[in-house]
Design a protein around this ligand. Sequence first.
Ligand SMILES: Nc1ncnc2c1ncn2[C@@H]1O[C@H](COP(=O)(O)OP(=O)(O)O)[C@@H](O)[C@H]1O
Ligand SMILES: [Mg+2]
Length: 350
Amino acid sequence: MLEGYDLDRLAIATLASHSSLQIVHGAKKEGFETLLVVTEDRAQFYRQFDHLVDHFILVGKWRDICSEHVMRSLREHNAILIPHGSFVEYVGIDCALSLRIPFFGLRSLLKVEASQRAKMELLRRSGIPVPRDFPPGGEIDGLVIVKLPGAKGGRGYFVTSSLQEVVERLETAIRRRELNDINEAIVQEYLVGVTAYIHYFYSPILNRLEITGADIRYESDVDGLKRIPPRALAELDLEPTFTVVGNIPLVLRESLLPIVYEYGARFVNTTKELLPPGIIGPFCLEGVIDRNAGIKIFEFSGRIVAGTNIYLDGSPYSYLYWDEPMSVGRRIAREIRLALERGVLGKVLT
Ligand SMILES: Nc1ncnc2c1ncn2[C@@H]1O[C@H](COP(=O)(O)OP(=O)(O)O)[C@@H](O)[C@H]1O
Ligand SMILES: [Mg+2]
């Protein structure tokens, strides 16, 4: 895919959304050209950052990135694409997999990420503690969270301890064609504790796993419920959603770090084994930490997550590795730079 590329003039490219400003900011710090693919409605906003962006490619809709002329234009700019957290959601999995532009990251992981079940299976096979899983419609034991496929930001999820409610609501979902088969739903132990979203970076060049930060997702409505007195809450009869509206920084107790590191290392090793060459660059484990400091992981993301936007100037952890301001966006560019210098660019691209 690098055929015809001028390696002295690579452009770090992504879609203008999610963590794109962080990505181009970091790429500039590492001396790369930068490119943003932007839709017309957002162009005016992103143009104010033209000191960070060398090239804009304007598209009518995100999927146009897979059209011949946009792809040609990306190749002419020697673009390396950074697929961030919204990438697949915007362009679709087929476009993402077929795109003839080099990706920074593990492309085959995108397929796993398209299925909640496959995701949980990868975590399980890594030996990472996960919430218990119940067969949809079968006996449950305590509070569960029910996840419908394709439900975004938790919309369409519900929490209950009643088997009857699980069955009734899954049947309704089938009638409404939100679900083809009851087995597409996930019925999972609801974890009590606090949520923590832990950011990692695996460097194939340095053969090193780094913890780059952690955050809390601020989710509406669940995070607002504590503002409502319990009596009023009962009257409200509200089905809370988990829609992310922003991210709050989190610095973990130092005694949690070795455990969290171990989970990350297991994830790296399993992806190396099952999806060679294995994870490249940023990923995130999403978990709940309980009162005994036990950590269970309910989801992962195999790319840069928006929670890293908090640390544009580096996090308390990235300083320990680099002793200079190192956002994840910049860390990505640094990895590409290190790979280039060593003549092994292929090691970080798929
Ligand atoms: N097993 C669980 N126990 C407690 N809360 C959960 C659990 N699974 C998910 N959540 C909550 O629901 C939110 C969305 O769930 P998640 O599985 O990450 O789906 P997505 O990010 O695709 O919307 C999480 O950020 C978390 O707040
Ligand atoms: Mg999630």
